[in-house]
Design a protein around this ligand. Structure first.
Ligand code: NIG
Ligand code: FE
Length: 391
């Protein structure tokens, strides 16, 4: 028999459970609630007054509980620091894809142990801020050996690993030769460690035809596609993602009317990464316009050493609310349930019987405080697969 835990005295419980109907709103809110965890799963959700007994009792003291954040986009496998590049940007330099090569040199020079311990530190940093599911990409190796080992490192921390050999073309090769390498030997070495394949489809990185070829090769090796698209310029990346029926397309900063129409008709999730716009001084994506058009939006951190070195999903929520006109409820939903959907997952992002016991106790009476109190560490407890990982 696995251990049971009851968390009671929850003033506001966000379930994201659509079965709860209209009354709970978008977030399926239950007030004066309790949750029972059994092993790695949620066993029961309901009014605190009706809560069954359990081996372990935790009193939330009237505070809010939310599903753990699902961060569906990160680049944690890297070495080195690019704070000087950030500093230069803040005095007027633009962000370009070229900075990636600096991190590639440092990553190739790092040992497996150094990479593993660095990823471990970042994952712990994320978990302490409430992230319980995360995706990690490769993309700073850009050789057969370094991409495969980056993914092997990432796999130690998550099943949601993404092969991003097509991040930029390394300095010592031509684009044609590099696409051949990515779709041939590099893909063969990477595929056993990856669930997804991604391409940075952008000026200075890979064009739409190259992205199409790389995603097709990945699909032949059993990898599902995702795409970095329309981050720095307008272009065909978002439309390609929609045409291919990808589950999600990420960034979506520069969108034309055709792009929005394609997102609406394909149902592809637009994953917005507002930490990037914050850290590069770019305009924010039009989240409000996308939501009003009927596009599903996920929020993720894009944690990486170049365009955005934050691991905080709470910051992304605050930015989405303040700068992109999402409501606090829409932003939290995007950072949990829709993030899960962007990874093709229905076991996380929702607190309901049978789902993962991944949840966060906030030191606040309401989830609204995530946006209302920007920059304040509000995470008072984290359970991952039913285990208290922060309390
Ligand atoms: O998602 N856009 C491409 N990749 C990362 C940035 C990588 C870097 O600058 O090191 C991103 O923004
Ligand atoms: Fe990214």
């Amino acid at each position: 028999m696995s251990t049971t835990t009851v968390i009671t005295g929850i003033g506001e419980l966000v379930t994201n459970d659509v079965e709860r109907g209209e009354e709970g709103g978008l977030l399926g809110i239950v007030r004066e609630a309790a949750v029972v965890l059994e092993g790695a799963r949620v066993a029961w959700v309901g009014p605190a007054a009706d809560a069954p007994d359990a081996d372990v009792q935790v009193d939330a003291g009237g505070r809010a509980v939310i599903p753990g954040f699902v961060d569906s986009h990160s680049h944690l496998v890297f070495a080195g620091d690019r704070s000087a590049e950030f500093e230069a940007r803040m005095t007027g330099e633009p962000y370009t894809a070229g900075g990636i090569r600096t991190t590639v040199a440092r990553t190739r020079a790092a040992s497996d142990e150094q990479l593993t311990s660095h990823v471990g530190r970042l994952v712990a940093e994320m978990r302490a801020q409430g992230t319980t599911t995360l995706e990690i990409k490769s993309g700073y190796g850009l050789s057969v050996h370094d991409e495969a080992r980056s993914l092997a490192v990432a796999r130690q921390f998550t099943d949601e690993t993404t092969f991003l050999g097509a991040h930029v073309v390394p300095a010592d090769t031509t684009p044609e030769d590099y696409v051949d390498l990515v779709t041939g030997p590099m893909l063969a070495a990477a595929a056993p460690h990856a669930r997804w394949i991604d391409v940075f489809c952008e000026d200075g990185a890979f064009d739409v035809d190259q992205a199409r070829a790389i995603l097709a090769a990945g699909a032949d090796s059993g990898l599902r596609g995702r795409l970095h698209a329309n981050q720095l310029t307008y272009g065909g990346g978002v439309r390609l993602a929609c045409e291919l029926g990808l589950v999600a397309v990420d960034h979506c900063t520069f969108l034309a009317g055709d792009d929005v129409a394609a997102l609406v008709s394909s149902g592809t999730i637009a994953t917005l990464l507002p930490g990037v716009e914050f850290s590069t001084r770019q305009p924010y994506p039009d989240a409000r316009g996308l939501l009003d058009a009927g596009v599903r939006i996920a929020l993720a951190s894009d944690c990486n050493p170049g365009s955005c070195f934050t691991s905080s999903m709470a910051l992304c929520i605050a930015l989405a609310v303040r700068e992109m006109r999402m409501s606090p409820a829409e932003a939290l939903h995007a950072a949990t349930a829709v993030g899960a959907a962007a990874l093709g997952r229905d076991d996380v992002g929702v607190l309901a019987p049978g789902r993962a016991a991944d949840l966060v106790l906030l030191d606040a009476p309401s989830y609204v405080h995530l946006a209302y109190r920007p920059g304040v560490p509000l995470v008072a407890g984290v359970w991952q697969a039913g285990r208290p990982v922060l309390r």
